[in-house]
Design a protein around this ligand. Structure first.
Ligand code: SF4
Length: 308
């Protein structure tokens, strides 16, 4: 068995035999997206993970996403095809830094991006995703929050909620992949060439790029915007897997990457082959220690409740 087509056929067969569901993030490669039971952004995948009726979840995404699925599904086997698929942004927030910020700012709520590890989530009040950050923080109605780890998302929140005081943990967390767009000079050249196009960027991009965009949207919202808009051309400032999905699922429209090299190397550690092997071997299993899981589930469930 060597071609992608043959591996995909085997994956589809094993999914049925083993009562498994394949959850796939928008940034995965096209061949994995095509064997998915569900493709989405972090919020959509967390919602899906909350209501899964299957024995096994194969999570094609990075570490913190599979952990979230495991936290929400203690009775199910949650499997990540390659445990080396670790989000470097999530790793930027250490438990030590978070606990120190909490100690220095008693009674200030801790609001964390889902792109954090379970041990950090266990110490926070509510999580958020790029799709619901504004909604969650507005509903909290606090004057001051401890917020992390992505400072560019902090800029995006501050732009929408100017009165809020943000204590960032760590001081300047960022996503290596979205940093590749810099201030968006390349995208502005494309905009000159295609003035009728919408320039849409992810809030993990640098503030300078966010400020030049027509829309700053999570990948889930990007997808819906492009599908529903009467426009035909879109310049996209996020990881290139998202563009593969839109090109495949939204025919008749043109999607131009703002930077064709914006690839997340850790997302790409998941391959069709290791996805097949994970399904076959029913591992590697993702398991969060029960003591941490019981604490981490609260801010995740609170987020899901608040973003209904
Ligand atoms: S795109 Fe950025 S935030 Fe997302 S998994 Fe890769 S490094 Fe982490």
């Amino acid at each position: 068995m060597s071609t992608n087509k043959e591996i995909s056929t085997q994956i589809n067969k094993l999914k049925k035999e083993k009562d498994a569901v394949l959850l796939v993030h928008n940034y995965q490669v096209s061949e994995i997206q095509q064997v998915a039971d569900f493709i989405g952004d972090s919020l959509e995948l967390s919602r899906k993970a909350q209501n899964i009726d299957a024995k096994m979840i194969i999570f094609c995404g990075v570490d913190f996403m599979a952990e979230t699925a495991s936290i929400l599904n203690p009775g199910k086997k949650v499997i990540i095809p390659n445990p080396a698929a670790k989000c470097p942004m999530a790793a930027q927030l250490s438990l030590k830094t978070l606990l120190k910020a909490k100690e220095q700012n008693p009674n200030v709520p801790v609001v964390l991006y889902v792109n954090t590890l379970a041990e950090s989530k266990a110490e926070c009040d509510v999580t958020f995703t790029s799709a619901n950050a504004i909604q969650i923080i507005q509903k909290l109605n606090e004057k001051k929050i401890i917020f992390g780890p992505d400072w560019n998302l902090g800029y995006y929140v501050k732009k929408h909620i100017p009165d809020i005081e943000i204590i960032p943990v760590p001081a300047h967390g960022f996503c290596n992949t979205h940093r590749l767009f810099k201030n968006g000079d390349e995208a502005m050249e494309l905009k000159k060439k295609y003035p009728e196009a919408d320039l849409i960027v992810h809030p993990e991009c640098e503030p300078g790029f966010q400020d030049r965009a027509d829309y700053v949207l999570s990948t889930g919202r990007m997808y819906r915007h492009c599908k529903e808009s009467p426009k035909k051309i879109f310049i996209i400032g996020t990881e290139i897997g998202m563009i593969d999905r839109m090109r495949r699922e939204i025919p008749g429209k043109t999607f131009i990457p703002a930077n064709p090299n914006a690839e997340c190397p850790t997302m790409k550690r998941i391959t069709l082959k290791n996805t097949y092997e994970a399904l076959l071997n029913e591992g590697p299993i993702v398991k969060v220690p029960e003591e941490i899981r019981l604490k981490a589930i609260k801010p995740i469930e609170r987020m899901l409740q608040m973003s209904k």
